[in-house]
Design a protein around this ligand. Structure first.
Ligand code: HEC
Ligand code: HEC
Ligand code: HEC
Ligand code: HEC
Length: 262
């Protein structure tokens, strides 16, 4: 009895230590760039919990996500060029080097009893197109199907490739099992929604600080990068957010549900 308790406790401590070791523990200032943030995955940094395999002798930052050569190609390349072809849904590949997710995602849905008619219907989410390519890039680490430390392809220099198996810690897992139903909707044309929903500001009126939200749409669509600045540049909010969610000001930038608190 006592022994199994000790065994259980030590297992618990090991698990706890594992969880603590994985999650980002540092602090950083919004808008000051990627260095020292959770997206700075270099060894020796607070975000360096998913080491490159083998270690990158140059200890680079960008290589986890981008490479200067032989990065992913559009599926329409027809076999031309070098490097791997990304799946067809990847229609935006900024020199993309990180291994990509092929998981199928189910979009946001509040449930079968959402308003299907009446005056609340236009405010109900019914505009989903598909998870945009820019969001698929995020989900390639954040859905937990692809290891954070899996990047690079032949014929790149072997130093630009990593074949680790460490998937992202659960707090940061968005879209696990393809389930996006309980995450803020993305993948829809913002202005089409604003035109129907009287309590959504249009993308010129909705502002993050003094910048219209239209600046953060991807081919007109709302995606992960509409709220988050992946490189921690141009943002003033915590968690890479373009504006802080203090007093819910982030939400009140788009949702006409009250006034922002200065
Ligand atoms: C954790 C992944 C990640 C890392 C690390 C990263 N990027 Fe990016 N980068 C992205 C994603 C995702 C996009 C497209 C989405 C976006 O811009 O929001 C992007 C887009 C870009 C773009 C095109 C759009 C723009 O914002 O200018 C450039 C240029 C770029 N990155 C440069 C860099 C450089 C240089 C580094 C290293 C100092 C770097 N990135 C590190 C993920 C990353
Ligand atoms: C960039 C603009 C923007 C920001 C920021 C934003 N939202 Fe949204 N949100 C939208 C749009 C557009 C929709 C889709 C509305 C529709 O379909 O009519 C939406 C949908 C929703 C829904 C689903 C409504 C339904 O019918 O099921 C909720 C709830 C919600 N947002 C809450 C929030 C909260 C809370 C925040 C802050 C953490 C937030 N939003 C931040 C634009 C935004
Ligand atoms: C190369 C893998 C990778 C890609 C691609 C990536 N992330 Fe991350 N992201 C991480 C890791 C790793 C963490 C920290 C997890 C940890 O410390 O355990 C993180 C943390 C975050 C955080 C939390 C920041 C904080 O202050 O706590 C946000 C928000 C985030 N990512 C958003 C995004 C968005 C949005 C994109 C796409 C535009 C993206 N990420 C693309 C790996 C990635
Ligand atoms: C409507 C704006 C909005 C959109 C769109 C959005 N997020 Fe977030 N995200 C937030 C806010 C607000 C937080 C902070 C939540 C908190 O602190 O509890 C956050 C937190 C996070 C975190 C950190 C979780 C944590 O607990 O530390 C990650 C990772 C993340 N988002 C990734 C994503 C990814 C990936 C997408 C696209 C699939 C996305 N976000 C789309 C607003 C958004």
């Amino acid at each position: 009895m006592k022994r199994s308790f000790i065994l259980l406790m030590s297992l618990f401590i090991i698990l706890l230590a594992g969880a603590v070791a994985m999650a980002f523990t540092g602090t950083y200032t919004p808008g000051t760039g990627i260095n020292g943030t959770p997206h700075d995955l270099r060894q020796g940094q607070p975000g360096g919990n998913y080491p490159a395999m083998p270690a990158d002798a140059l200890n680079r930052i960008c290589v986890w996500c981008h490479a200067p050569h032989h990065a992913y190609k559009l599926s329409t390349s027809g076999g031309a060029g070098t490097g791997p072809e990304a799946p067809p849904d990847y229609t935006y590949l900024p020199l993309w080097n990180h291994a990509v997710t092929t998981q199928v995602f189910a979009p946001y849905d509040p449930g079968p009893d959402k308003p299907l008619s009446g005056s609340k219907y236009p405010q109900s989410v019914d505009y989903f197109d598909k998870v945009g390519s820019v969001s698929l890039l995020c989900l390639s680490c954040h859905d937990g199907t692809v290891a954070v430390n899996e990047y690079g392809h032949a014929p790149q220099d072997t130093r630009s490739r990593s074949s680790g198996g460490s998937t992202i810690a659960v707090q940061y897992k968005i879209g696990k099992d393809g389930y996006l139903l309980n995450h803020h909707p993305i993948g829809f044309d913002y202005d089409s929604v604003a035109a129907e929903d009287p309590e959504i500001y249009d993308s010129a009126t909705a502002q993050f600080g003094t910048t219209p939200v239209s600046n953060y749409l991807w081919n007109g669509k709302m995606e992960c990068s509409t709220c988050h600045a992946v490189h921690n540049t141009g943002n003033s909010g915590e968690k890479f957010l373009y504006v802080s969610d203090a007093n819910s000001n982030l939400c009140l930038s788009c949702h006409a549900k009250g006034s922002k608190t200065p």
